[in-house]
Design a protein. Structure first.
Lengths: 254, 113
């Protein structure tokens, strides 16, 4: 009886979905609504409405601000999951020394990393995050590069050195920068009596409004970048620790 | 006249890059083991990509784009050479024996280590 009910429900839902698919415009059709309405709107009014020369940034932060905030939350949740599953550092359970191999990387690698690391960080912050509204780039890309730079540093100099320079005390507040930045900028909009994540504040006019909007979007971009980057770093630290933990278990097996 | 000379150099550098990329790809697919594959695949990135970038620099002329391209070439040279070194070293240290003919010792490897 129950199976029959489930089957019937599935059939009805399936029939509805198939009917809806039949009504959809053909794939890549010129008359599809996204071609006739969405794309022309973005291309014609994107700079004015989105507030960024780079239309991608305008779309990400303005038209789809809620969506981007959700993405940031997803990244943060991923960090929470990894920490809950792997990281013993935060729960004070790390008993093993974190450097697994015990082999130092060669002097060539260390020299090159020492030279390249500041350049990579500069590229991530100055070229990707801060300049994301005017040229290709943005917070997510900058955060990925920032995280990768510290990962390279960790591979070259070992986890102890890396955790000494980015201790837990520094990482914990930075991990939530992305969400906090988003919420703060959204609440500024609410305080002015407009919608959440509206960057054009009432009472601010002319060139000042544009400056304020750019500033708010830059704050969000930098928040996404630093938050995302530090989240990647923390995930990698947790996983490297766990690797060592698996290699040499010091917990007596039951 | 100078236009033609420049174009000729652009074509020359592009073809050099193409040659090294094709050679690197063939080597990556055909060579017998990690060390032998590392050799052509790093050539791909250093010589091949840098030749193409040189051609692009000539095409762009004296501009800010050329500066960016030269920076890309510099970091490409630096990182690819280092990567090749790091991969080869870590493979050797974790005991990957180089390819050799059966019965021929590849090079004096300390068996006990």
């Amino acid at each position: 009886m129950r199976k029959a009910a489930v089957l019937g429900a599935l059939l009805i839902i399936g029939a509805m979905l198939l009917f809806a698919i039949g009504k959809m415009p053909a794939m890549n059709s010129r008359n599809a609504p996204d071609k006739t309405h969405v794309i022309p709107r973005y291309l014609e009014k994107g700079e004015e409405e989105g507030g960024a020369k780079n239309i991608v940034t305008g779309v990400i932060l303005n038209y789809r601000g809620y969506d981007t905030m959700g993405e940031v939350t997803v990244i943060f949740s991923a960090l929470c999951a990894v920490v809950a599953l792997l990281d013993r550092e935060k729960r004070g359970l790390s008993r093993s020394s974190p450097d697994a191999s015990g082999v130092r990387s060669s002097v060539i690698v260390r020299t090159v990393v020492r030279f390249a690391f500041p350049v990579i960080v500069f590229f991530a912050v100055a070229y990707m995050m801060l300049h994301g509204e005017g040229s290709p780039g943005g917070g997510f890309q900058g955060g990925a590069i920032l995280g990768a730079s510290v990962i390279v540093f960790t591979l070259a100099f070992g986890l102890p050195e890396s955790t000494r320079r980015m201790p837990l005390k520094v990482r914990i507040p930075l991990e939530s920068t992305a969400i906090v930045g988003f919420l703060a900028m959204g609440i500024i909009g609410l305080a002015y009596g407009v919608n959440f994540l509206t960057y054009l504040l009432p009472g601010v006019h002319g060139a000042m409004a544009q400056t304020v909007r750019n500033l708010m979007m830059t704050v969000i971009e930098v928040g996404i970048g630093i938050g995302g980057g530090v989240i990647f770093i923390s995930i990698v630290f947790a996983m490297m620790r766990e690797d060592k933990y698996e290699l040499q278990p010091d917990v007596p097996q039951p | 006249m100078s236009e033609y000379v420049r174009d000729a150099f652009i074509v020359l550098f592009s073809l050099t890059g193409l040659f090294f990329f094709v050679g690197g790809t063939v080597g990556l697919l055909r060579c017998p083991d990690l060390y032998a594959r590392l050799h052509p695949s790093t050539k791909c990135d250093t010589l091949g990509a840098c030749s193409v970038i040189l051609a692009l620099c000539l095409q762009a002329g004296a501009s800010f784009v050329t500066l960016k391209l030269l920076a890309i070439a510099f970091f490409l040279l630096l990182s690819c050479a280092t990567c090749g070194h790091a991969i080869g070293r870590s493979a050797f240290r974790s005991g990957v024996v180089p390819w050799h003919k059966p019965g021929v010792k590849p090079w004096p490897i300390e068996e006990d280590e």
